[in-house]
Each structure stands twice: as C-alpha cells, then as structure tokens.
Design a protein around this ligand. Structure first.
Ligand SMILES: Nc1ncnc2c1ncn2[C@@H]1O[C@H](COP(=O)(O)OP(=O)(O)O)[C@@H](O)[C@H]1O
Ligand SMILES: [Mg+2]
Length: 275
C-alpha cells in the first residue's frame, strides 16, 4: 500500500483580529486568535481539532477553507497554495472541501426547499442528473424522499443537520469539515449524526476534519487529534495516545472536563458558597 498523501498542510498559521475601536481594553490592539499553528492532514485521516470555546478552532477552519486570510503563514490543499491567489483559481477547493457548521438554521436558507438547498452546489457544478443525485444524497443521509419538498423550519434539528450534510456531499468533496456540527443537538440525536458521519466518511473514502470542544466526542470519531489552547497548538497525535497519556496540562484538563455524573457532582459541591 502506498503512503497516504498529505491533503492539507498548514504552516505557521497566525491570525490577528483587531479589537473594535470602542473597546475600553487597549483600543485597536491586534489580538492573536491563532498563533503559529502547523500540521499536516493526510488523505483518509479523521483529524480532530479540540479546544474550549474561544481557543481559535473556527478561526483555523475559516483559514483552511479560504473563507478568511491569515495574518501570516500558509495553507496548501493537495499541494496548491490557497491564500494569496484569486478566488477564480480556488474552484478545486470550493468543490473538494465542504464545511458543515454548528447551526443549520443559520446556514440553510429558510426560503428554500430542501431539494434546492441540496442541489444548489450541483447547479453550480453543472451536474447532468440532479434528480437522481438528490434521491441518492437524501438516502445517504437517512432522510425520506418526501423531505425534498420541505422547508428547513418544518424539520427537526437532527434532520436539518442531515440536510446540511447532504448539501456538503453533493459536489463529491474529498474533505468534509464539521465545525461543532453536533454540538447543538440533543444527546440521542448527536449519537445518530456522529454515526452517520462515520458511515459517510467510510463509504465515500472522505478525509474528515472534525472540530469540537468535547474531547470525548472527538475520541469517538477521530484517529488523530490536535489540541488548541488560546490559539496555540499544544498537542498533536493519535487520539488514543493523547487520551491515555496527554503531554500537556491543558489536555489533561480537557480529559478531566468530560461531563460524567461524578465530575458534575464534584463541580456542584465546589460551587457551594463558603460557610
Ligand atoms: N471576526 C472576529 N473579529 C474579532 N475577533 C474574533 C473574530 N472571530 C473570532 N474572534 C476571536 O478570536 C478568538 C477565537 O475565536 P474562534 O476561532 O471563534 O474560537 P472557537 O471556534 O474555538 O470557539 C476569540 O477570542 C474570538 O473572540
Ligand atoms: Mg467555533
């Protein structure tokens, strides 16, 4: 078997955001949301990115998807630079990398029916058999055929996320990115969508980039994990190794933060007011 090829290479990725002028805290100062982050994702990998809220995960995803530009650093996709090139040269990326976001209500146009939402990328790429492909995609994500006529608000949260996934799969991407894609869902629905993602990755030989604030979820889905803390990559390795013997204090904290009944009780008793 040949070595899996690198598909995404991030080198020295840094992104500063400027604080709004009105801010009382050092007005206008540039705040680093991401600092000197480098890693390689190989074809077929299930690559997790974990870190608490505000650690820079979505900033990183926007840079990998060329939805935003780095302050410094580079990203290549299948060996091609994606920053500092005109949008019209990014057709390969717009097709080969698809992102599913946390909140499908925000990313699905409420005035469009499911069939148009899912087929939109097919129209853009001139697909010869849209109806056939639509039926195939709905079946792949476990939605009944008549969902095609529904509007997003007529569906449950889990169904809406299935629609987002069907839309993401429509252009036959090589890489599927899920940014907190299950975080807004109820526990039982979350498990169903996680299993669906795992099945689809297997079935279509996708590379998965899976972003979550919850390491236990990442462990369930990914083979490799990158841990972000305050915009820095503090740990990177096989997910089982990282889980069993974390090298960074922050990773240990994330593991300890897994909400078991016991830790919830401990936290509760710690929050009791001091007598
Ligand atoms: N468009 C933006 N303008 C200013 N600051 C931002 C912007 N997007 C994110 N940030 C800041 O960058 C940091 C990282 O945010 P984000 O990448 O969204 O983290 P995460 O996805 O891990 O929760 C946070 O401090 C956030 O407030
Ligand atoms: Mg985020």
């Amino acid at each position: 078997m040949s070595e899996p090829e690198p598909i995404i290479e991030a080198r020295g990725l840094t992104r500063h955001y400027r604080r709004p002028r009105r801010s009382l805290l050092r007005p206008g100062r540039a705040v680093p949301a991401l600092r000197d982050v480098s890693f390689t994702i190989h074809s077929g990998q299930r690559f997790g990115i974990v870190g608490e809220s505000g650690s820079g995960k979505s900033t990183l995803i926007r840079l990998l998807a060329a939805l935003d530009r780095p302050t410094s650093g580079t990203v290549t996709f299948a060996g091609r630079e994606i920053h500092g090139v005109p949008e019209r040269q990014l057709g390969f990326l717009r097709r080969d990398l698809q992102v599913v976001f946390q909140d499908p209500t925000g990313s699905l146009d409420p005035r469009m029916r499911v069939r148009d939402i899912v087929c939109e990328p097919l129209v853009a790429h001139g697909h010869p058999d849209r109806a056939g492909r639509l039926a195939e995609l709905l079946a792949a994500v476990g939605l009944p055929e008549d969902t095609a006529r529904s509007y997003p608000h007529q569906l449950s949260g889990g169904q809406r996320q299935r629609v987002s996934i069907a839309r993401a799969l429509a252009p036959e991407p090589r890489v599927l990115v899920a940014d907190e894609a299950v975080s807004a869902l109820d526990v039982s629905v979350r498990a169903q969508i996680l299993n669906l993602l795992a099945d689809l990755v297997e079935r279509y030989s996708l590379t998965l980039v899976f972003v979550s604030h919850d390491l236990s979820v990442v462990r369930h889905v990914c083979d490799t994990v990158a841990v972000l803390h305050a915009g820095e990559l503090v740990e990177l390795g096989p997910v089982d190794r990282v889980y069993r013997s974390p090298r960074h204090d922050y990773t240990r904290e994330l593991i300890a933060a897994v909400p078991t009944v016991r830790s919830a009780l401990t936290r509760f008793s710690r929050e009791e007011p001091q007598q």
